[in-house]
Design a protein around this ligand. Structure first.
Ligand SMILES: NC(=O)c1ccc[n+]([C@@H]2O[C@H](COP(=O)([O-])OP(=O)(O)OC[C@H]3O[C@@H](n4cnc5c(N)ncnc54)[C@H](OP(=O)(O)O)[C@@H]3O)[C@@H](O)[C@H]2O)c1
Length: 280
């Protein structure tokens, strides 16, 4: 059976249409440039018109085409409005669930509002958006192959202290992708999940953990290069973490309490370094 009608090795998106949430900056903008350069017509979604417009300009300078939609994905009716917006498209070939936010710190010091905000944006919105667009992705999958790319986090593979809620949302979206990938076997919808480690974007500006705590950040360009190469290689589980973190991820499978022991001496320093980390 042909599981993968889209020739990912070329990732040729000519006459293809896709949606990128959080396309105004960071990982979403970088992916818009990559997919736009490959010929895709993209709908960029986010709350800030200015950053979306700038991404659209950058994609156009690479020869790609976009439309933008100013929308808060967590607002009532947002998913419906997005579905209506693309209803006139003759195809939906790509959905990138990228928009996300974070609030770090001790659980008991995290406001209920921030808890809901992370769950609403990082988990509920991508699930509902995927559900709404799945019939179109299936159609495209059947005809020519389509892609669903969910942006999780390395935290889905190693639950980090002071990131309990964020970790819950990111492991949630990762398992959502794994289950859906199996549900969609043979449909031509390529479901992929990316697990970025700490990546140098605006999301990380209020976080002060560095190499000394094992939180060295990778440049955005390097992460995107790895991600696109993995997608072109047909991978479903895309891990862009650096070597040290991968070793910890391995250890977390075989001996999770050894990870606890490794993290314990640095707990106090980590709490201090991440206590202001907030992108909500
Ligand atoms: N950077 C890292 O170290 C890292 C590591 C692992 C995983 N990730 C994940 O990668 C994804 C992108 O992160 P990033 O580093 O590029 O972060 P970022 O620079 O903070 O970008 C987040 C994007 O999400 C959009 N967004 C935020 N709230 C939204 C809302 N309510 N409705 C619609 N759009 C919203 C933002 O646009 P507006 O402000 O215009 O709404 C922005 O474009 C996230 O899911 C994040 O969790 C990042």
């Amino acid at each position: 059976m042909d599981f993968n009608k889209l020739d990912l090795t070329k990732l040729d998106l000519t006459n293809r249409r896709g949606i990128i949430t959080g396309g105004g900056q960071g990982i979403g903008r970088a992916l818009a440039l990559e997919f736009g350069r490959r010929g895709g017509h993209l709908l960029l979604i986010g709350r800030q018109q200015a950053t979306l417009t700038e991404t659209a300009r950058l994609v156009a300078s690479e020869g790609g085409t976009t439309e933008i939609m100013v929308e808060d994905l967590t607002r009532a009716g947002a998913i419906q409005r997005i579905a209506e917006r693309v209803a006139s498209w003759n195809t939906v070939d790509l959905l990138v669930n990228n928009a996300g936010n974070v609030r770090a710190g001790r659980l008991e010091l995290t406001s209920d509002l921030d808890v809901h905000s992370m769950i609403d944006l990082n988990l509920t919105a991508p699930i509902l958006l995927t559900k709404a667009l799945l019939p179109a992705l299936r159609e495209s999958g059947k005809a020519r192959g389509s892609i669903l790319l969910n942006v999780a986090s390395g935290i889905a593979l190693v639950g980090m202290p002071f990131y309990a809620v964020y970790a819950a949302t990111k492991s949630g979206i990762a398992q959502f992708g794994e289950a859906l990938r199996r549900e969609l076997i043979g449909t031509g919808v390529h479901v992929a999940t990316v697990y970025p480690g700490a990546t140098d974007t605006a999301m990380m500006t209020s976080q002060n953990a560095g190499d000394e705590l094992g939180w060295g950040r990778r440049p955005l360009e390097d992460v995107i290069t790895d991600l696109i190469a993995a997608l072109e290689a047909g991978e479903h589980e895309i891990n862009t973490a650096p070597k040290g973190r991968r070793e910890m991820q391995q250890l977390n499978i075989t001996d999770p309490l050894a990870v606890d022991a490794a993290l314990a001496p640095g707990l106090e320093a980590l709490e201090l370094a991440v206590r202001d980390h907030r992108s909500i």
